[in-house]
Design a protein around this ligand. Sequence first.
Ligand SMILES: Cc1ncc(COP(=O)(O)O)c(C=O)c1O
Length: 410
Amino acid sequence: MDSWAGFKSYVTHLECSATGERYAAGQPHNLSKAGKPLLVRYDLPAIARAVTRDDLLRRDPDFWRYRELLPVPREADVVSLGEQLTPLVSLDETSRKAGGGALFVKDEGRLPTASFKARGMAVAVSMAKSFGIKQMALPTVGSGGASFAAYCQRAGIDAYVFCPDDSPPVTMSEIAFYGDKFFAVKGALEDCNRLVAEGCEQRGWFNISTLKEPYRIEGKKTMGLELAEQFGWTLPDVIFYPTGGGTGFIGMWKAFDELEAIGWIGSKRPRMVAVQTTGCCPIVRAAEQGHKEVQTPWPDVRTKVFGVRVKKPLGDYLILRVVYESKGFGSAVSDEDVDETRAAVANADGVMLSPEGAACVAAYRQALKDGKVTKDERAVVFNTAIGLRSPMGTVKNYIDPQKGVDYATL
Ligand SMILES: Cc1ncc(COP(=O)(O)O)c(C=O)c1O
């Protein structure tokens, strides 16, 4: 383990993402007075003076190597389950068949609790520990609950988790396995949101819902930091990201801005593609119509891709701003396309994706067809969670050795 000896926090303040109003660091925050997400700001010139890209090479291969660009004030506050850097795995055969070029999947299923949620939760729970918070609550459609519960157990914090009872049974059992404050709710995510808000008010729990506290974005930012380092301090041409609440989308863009400000990358940015499914695509629709925010919440969510089941993200204007600034676009794929793509990638490249990851590959294939991406470009898709939690189909072939085997037919 490398040491944080001599480390000091570079956080200067927090800022309302809508009005720019400043808030003091060093104390817990939820939304700004305007009811909008807060963003963490750093003394970037001081970071540029304090640390170099080469310094990172002497540090452990986990995301705490970027500690100057993270808000956790002391090593003693770090709540870690081993957040190793996730690999970029090439999908050569998948891309070749689609007539594409260099295509990589950043496989976030390798993280603790088997999803990218570990990034946000590791940082947000570490911050909660630094503030002495003892009880927190989260509404979730799935994988976020497992990460939240695991990191809270490690930190000695009570984790109240509320999840719609039609979420995948394996995810609900997984969350319940970490502790007894898990509740399957007869209702939708919006009902869970309400229960969390009421519980926070009545019992003083801290609300750690997506974008309702500022530090999960900082954790998700590490996806962008890692990507830049893995690409030799350049960036890919285009990034496909399964977008629900948009924490990762917003976080990565923030990472690129901060990296440029400290002089570690140049001004070239990837086009950012917000991937959703046709059964819930409020961001894609808003982007197509050039809106700054989602006009009406998605009325009827019909998709098995749980990560994108968000009717109107709280940070919709931040997600859309990234789409426009990056000259990216939104892409909605069907659940059928997701299933077909997921099987095709496993077959072609030996990589099992989550439905969210497969949605990104489906969107990549579509973008090639539409001419929105060319084969000369380097593309990265995010596989945000392990594939093993999602249905894998049934076994087709059985053998009874007692009856003899005709090997020619196998
Ligand atoms: C597997 C998976 N992928 C993607 C998402 C969407 O992530 P974000 O909130 O960063 O848009 C989620 C959120 O629940 C998820 O569970």
